[in-house]
Design a protein around this ligand. Structure first.
Ligand SMILES: [Zn+2]
Length: 233
């Protein structure tokens, strides 16, 4: 094997690693988005449960106001009743008071129903909050791991780039330029093995003259089909 090919194979091995590392790094934002999206269902469920509690609380507050208003009216009617001397007017006011007292009684029944509803919705809200917290914990852990993975990949990229730089330094610039051009066109496989008379890149049968040139080991030999640099294993 030509020394330059042996050197370029080492470079190619680093380039393959770099490509894989860079692809892994590029995947990370997608994985982060996917991790965060796990929260959306639980968050929506918790928001709905919280809204249900708020709804009952608002209804209770309105009911309190309704009851208070009627109690004020009852007090006013009773005052009027106390002041009147007319019997029929007294009776009419008494009927009014009775009617308002029945109203208050009905509203107090509703109040009991709402208190029960408040208990139920608060229990559901607690369940949804706990579920959300558990999911948040998982998601945080996943995001932390992704951050670590990202840092790790970046570190390895720096290392491999440094290795590559020291490997290319002694290589003839024309040979390196040839390799880099091919590598770019052939998705990172510029140099391939020739095995059983077949190119390891395009898998086509190599012609006799190509195999002869390869055996001669005097200069760089290319596959006549795909143009990749060939070597014997
Ligand atoms: Zn080929």
């Amino acid at each position: 094997m030509l020394p330059i090919i042996a050197n370029l194979l080492q470079v190619q091995e680093r380039d393959t690693r770099l490509l894989n590392l860079q692809r892994d790094l590029k995947d990370i934002p997608t994985l982060q988005t996917r991790a965060r999206s796990q929260l959306s269902d639980d968050q929506a469920a918790h928001d709905a449960a919280h809204a249900a509690v708020r709804d009952v609380e608002v209804k209770m507050k309105n009911l309190d106001i309704d009851i208070q208003t009627r109690q004020n009216t009852i007090k006013r009617l009773k005052d009027q009743q106390f002041e009147t001397r007319k019997n029929d007017e007294f009776q009419a006011l008494a009927n009014e008071v009775k009617r308002y007292e029945k109203d208050v009684h009905d509203l107090e029944d509703k109040q009991l129903d709402l208190m029960e509803a408040l208990e139920t919705t608060k229990a559901a809200e607690k369940v949804s909050r706990e579920k959300l917290a558990i999911t948040q914990g998982h998601v945080n852990e996943e995001l932390k791991q992704l951050d670590e993975r990202s840092a790790n990949i970046k570190e390895r990229i720096t290392e491999v780039k440094a290795e590559r730089a020291s490997m290319v330094a002694p290589i003839d610039p024309d040979g390196l330029a040839l390799y880099e051009r091919l590598s770019k066109n052939k998705m990172g496989t510029a140099i391939v093995v020739a095995e059983n008379g077949v190119c390891g890149g395009c898998h086509m049968k190599l012609v006799i003259s190509t195999l002869a040139s390869l055996k001669g080991d005097k200069s760089i030999t290319h596959c006549e089909q795909c143009g990749r640099i060939l070597y014997f294993a």
